[in-house]
Ligand binder design. Structure first.
Ligand code: ZN
Length: 103
């Protein structure tokens, strides 16, 4: 099992600072060797994993709508349903949450 050097939270913070609300807006996110980030936005966003902190539920509900699809809370991999117990993309115990889109 591979383990990222970076936890998800600083990446979420970086995405928020770039005006991103969920991972479906991101085409490519690169962690550079010097620790900085490069972001390429998608022209037409897809449903994705919210990067708004869980404590800010009200803000999340104001901006985002849940979709029928689910995403892995660890890596953002998308599925039609949350039947897998282990995410095939990140090999972690899967915690499926509803994918979101901007309202
Ligand atoms: Zn995953």
């Amino acid at each position: 099992m591979t383990r990222s050097t970076f936890s998800k939270d600083p990446i979420d913070a970086e995405l928020r600072s770039e005006g991103i609300h969920h991972t479906g807006e991101v085409a490519k996110f690169i962690i550079e060797s010097n620790g900085s980030f490069s972001l390429i936005k998608k022209e037409s966003p897809k449903p994705g994993l919210s990067v708004i902190p869980e404590f800010d539920q009200a803000f999340m509900e104001e901006l985002l709508t849940q979709t029928e699809k689910v995403v892995c809370q660890q890596c953002g991999a998308k599925r039609q349903n949350g039947n897998e117990t282990t995410c095939a993309d990140c090999n972690k115990s899967a915690l499926w949450v509803r994918a979101v889109v901007l309202k």
